[in-house]
Design a binder for this molecule. Structure first.
Ligand SMILES: Nc1ncnc2c1ncn2[C@@H]1O[C@H](COP(=O)(O)OP(=O)(O)O)[C@@H](O)[C@H]1O
Ligand SMILES: [Mg+2]
Length: 230
């Protein structure tokens, strides 16, 4: 389980995360919802150690992570697909994937599994990352995160600006990672339908605080659609 306890974060004088406490059970898909600007990305950055939290605890499988460096968290099983994808546009698809394995003992090989999950990456492995469509770049970013063979995969709005057919493919792949490979997924989303279809569990943030949580199957009945509607 990922456990975040009483996490606080500030940007300058503004209090961005306010005693955020939530948990992400293993081998499930958990969705974190919330409107723009409520602190979702900031929370993920704190979990990955990209920005230090002011106070609070982060634990994965019972081990404290809040004082570890980002590479140590990756080596300890966490992987992160940032909002906006951040692939290397001038590197080939294959090179982008190899960079994702930098924390692993070098084999220089792309695990077959990644090309099976995303056949388009095999077809395009010699193309430059920047030449791929937005959806393909998102698949590349997920493939790159999988190169470190994570236990917990964290994704920040992977559907943002992506065509519906690829959104469906990404949804199927995330489900497969959980159901077939036993991975744990934490997905930040603003696209309600996508979240509701995939979620085993959900959490909702508003203005830096956790305001709701429950089972994915109960999202509709619990009025989560209305809660996050803009
Ligand atoms: N680097 C930063 N410096 C100052 N303020 C920031 C920075 N990043 C985000 N913020 C502010 O923090 C709040 C939460 O942002 P963010 O975590 O990106 O929210 P979300 O991902 O839910 O849209 C917003 O008000 C945003 O403007
Ligand atoms: Mg965000």
């Amino acid at each position: 389980m990922l456990e975040v306890t009483l996490l606080n974060q500030y940007y300058g004088g503004s209090h961005i995360l306010r005693d955020v406490t939530l948990s992400v059970p293993e081998q499930k898909l958990t969705v974190l919802l919330g409107r723009n600007g409520v602190g979702k990305t900031t929370l993920l950055k704190c979990v990955m150690g990209v920005v230090p939290a002011k106070s609070g605890k982060i634990a994965w499988r019972g081990k404290p992570y809040q004082n570890l460096s980002t590479p140590a968290r990756v080596a300890g099983g966490l992987a992160y697909v940032p909002q906006g994808r951040d692939i290397f546009p001038r590197l080939s698809v294959e090179e982008n994937l190899i960079v994702g394995a930098a924390s692993r003992p070098a084999s220089g090989k792309i695990p077959e599994r990644i090309y099976e999950l995303f056949p388009v990456l095999r077809d395009m492995k010699h193309r430059r990352g920047g030449d791929l469509s937005g959806g393909q770049q998102q698949q590349l970013a997920i493939g790159r995160a999988l190169m470190s063979e994570p236990q917990l995969l964290i994704l920040d709005e992977p559907t943002e600006g992506i065509q519906p057919s690829i959104i469906r493919d990404i949804g199927r792949t995330l489900r497969q990672l959980v159901d077939e490979f036993g991975m744990t997924v934490l997905l930040v989303e603003q696209y309600y339908e996508f979240a509701r279809e995939l979620a085993d569990h959900y959490w909702v943030m508003s203005r830096g605080e956790v305001v709701a949580n429950g089972l994915g199957a109960e999202m509709e009945a619990n009025g989560i659609r209305e809660l996050i509607a803009v």
